[in-house]
Write a protein that binds this ligand. Sequence first.
Ligand code: VY7
Length: 179
Amino acid sequence: MTGLSTSRAGRCSVGLVWAQAHGGVIGVGGKLPWHLPEDLALFRDLTMGSTVVMGRRTWESLPERFRPLPGRTNVVLTSDPEWSGEGARRASCVADVLGEHDSVWVIGGASVYAAFLPHADRLVVTDVDVLVQGDAWAPAIGPEWRRAARAPEAGWSSSTTGLRYAVNEYMRAAAGRAE
Ligand code: VY7
């Protein structure tokens, strides 16, 4: 499931990948409020070899030994022209990212998901069956999206940690996306 194969000339193919608890919670205090190694493996496999786009806060939230995320082109969005991070490419806006890459995975956080959602073709969303306090939320998945797959099709997978989770893939329905 790596890479985005739907790229057309001159148009950046955009996937968003996130994991969410009930209510769409994706983070609290700059961290993921659960431990789900199976999701980290999925995230790694999905994004390996690709360009990953993240906000500056998400970059700061990565453990230093995983910064930049290995095996991937790391692009960090920030409006601060002075910002730099070792192993990161800075981008100042969504349009720059879309113009400079053939395909990207957007990996967070909340404001960056919201900014790229109108340009996205594909969403890969891990539902984590846990109720947690949050201070960051996933964007709403509107009727312009249709679920193309869920694994497992019914019920849940069980993590070695005991948590239950399921992986959903959404594709944009016919109407199309913003340029
Ligand atoms: C981000 C980490 C955060 C904290 C500790 C380790 C889905 C996830 C993300 C983002 C999970 C993260 C890591 C895990 C990945 C490793 C490097 C270390 C790698 C997302 N579904 N899940 N996320 N790393 N956007 N979407 O855990 O990273 O990939 O090499």
